[in-house]
Design a protein. Structure first.
Ligand SMILES: NC(=O)c1ccc[n+]([C@@H]2O[C@H](COP(=O)([O-])OP(=O)(O)OC[C@H]3O[C@@H](n4cnc5c(N)ncnc54)[C@H](OP(=O)(O)O)[C@@H]3O)[C@@H](O)[C@H]2O)c1
Length: 257
């Protein structure tokens, strides 16, 4: 029999509504970040998307639902200025990453390229958290983004694996240090975004087909899948200090790329 106290608990279940909340997505103009921005907007939030260059509405009519702020995560003073402009907020999610200008065998990699990637992704995430966190309202969250390589290294990608692992470690540290702000990381698997546009079309199609055939989800990831996970992390009041893998089961099968 359902007791009154249980009934009360059930009616107080966390809601996915974001009405009245302000969400800032660093990297929110494209790909995964745009998926998060759209999910937050659909749930009722005011959404700010921040990245290096603001786009005009003529250029990008799909961004009209969002406020845009210019922010280069590699430049701490620019990050600080951007968060002064943004003001108080409820949820900050950092999906941006610099281009992986350099990759290849550890012994061949140019340290300047490695340094630029590690500084951009790791210290850029750090700087956004450092200058965003003091502006997060009670009940708010901070969410980082990595990828499966954080725990499944691939030949030639030591910089990415190391950087993602460092971001995940930072996420746990900040869940303790910034509590009660809740801090989590999303670790996506293959998500079909323009990040893959560096591949020739036929290679990209073949990769997507392999994903559809081998991943337990039997389909490629969509940016909406990450948006959904981000909403869960923003709205569930008991989730902090965790890494949530959203990968269609990529972790269970041999690498496809
Ligand atoms: N797609 C996947 O399959 C996948 C899987 C696992 C992990 N990931 C990770 O998720 C990240 C995002 O993926 P995505 O598919 O959304 O890629 P994306 O569409 O290329 O997005 C990257 C975003 O980062 C922003 N950005 C780049 N450098 C920046 C900087 N210095 N300061 C501020 N913003 C900057 C870009 O905007 P501006 O150019 O306007 O600055 C862009 O909006 C990837 O880099 C990767 O680390 C992706």
């Amino acid at each position: 029999m359902f007791q009154a106290s249980e009934q009360q608990a059930a009616t107080k279940a966390p809601s996915l509504s974001m009405t009245g909340r302000k969400v800032v997505v660093v990297g929110g103009k494209t790909g995964i970040g745009l998926g998060v921005a759209r999910a937050a907007h659909a749930a009722g939030a005011t959404v700010v998307v921040a990245s290096r260059r603001a786009a005009s509405i003529e250029e990008r009519p799909d961004l009209q639902d969002f406020l845009q702020v210019e922010l280069d995560m590699r430049d701490e003073s620019a990050v600080e200025t951007a968060f002064q402009t943004i003001g108080s907020l409820d949820h900050l999610i950092i999906t941006a990453a610099p281009d992986l200008g350099t990759w290849g065998a550890f012994m061949d990699a140019d340290m300047r390229g490695v340094r630029s990637y590690v500084e951009g992704k790791f210290l850029g995430t750090w700087a956004c958290a450092r200058h965003g966190a003091p502006r997060i309202n009670t009940g708010g969250t901070l969410t980082f983004l990595t990828g499966g390589m954080a725990v499944r290294p691939k030949l030639g990608f030591a910089a990415v694996t190391s950087t993602f692992a460092a971001v995940e470690a930072l996420s746990g540290s900040l869940a303790l240090e910034l509590a009660p702000i809740r801090v989590n990381t999303i670790r996506p698997g293959f998500i079909d975004t323009d990040m893959w546009s560096f591949l020739p079309l036929e290679h990209r199609d073949a990769l997507r087909k392999k994903v559809e055939e081998t991943f337990p989800s039997r389909r490629a990831g969509k940016t909406e899948d990450i948006g959904h996970a981000a909403l869960f992390l923003m709205t569930n009041p008991y989730v902090t200090g965790t890494v949530i893998e959203v990968s269609g089961g990529e972790n269970l099968v041999p690498s496809v790329s």
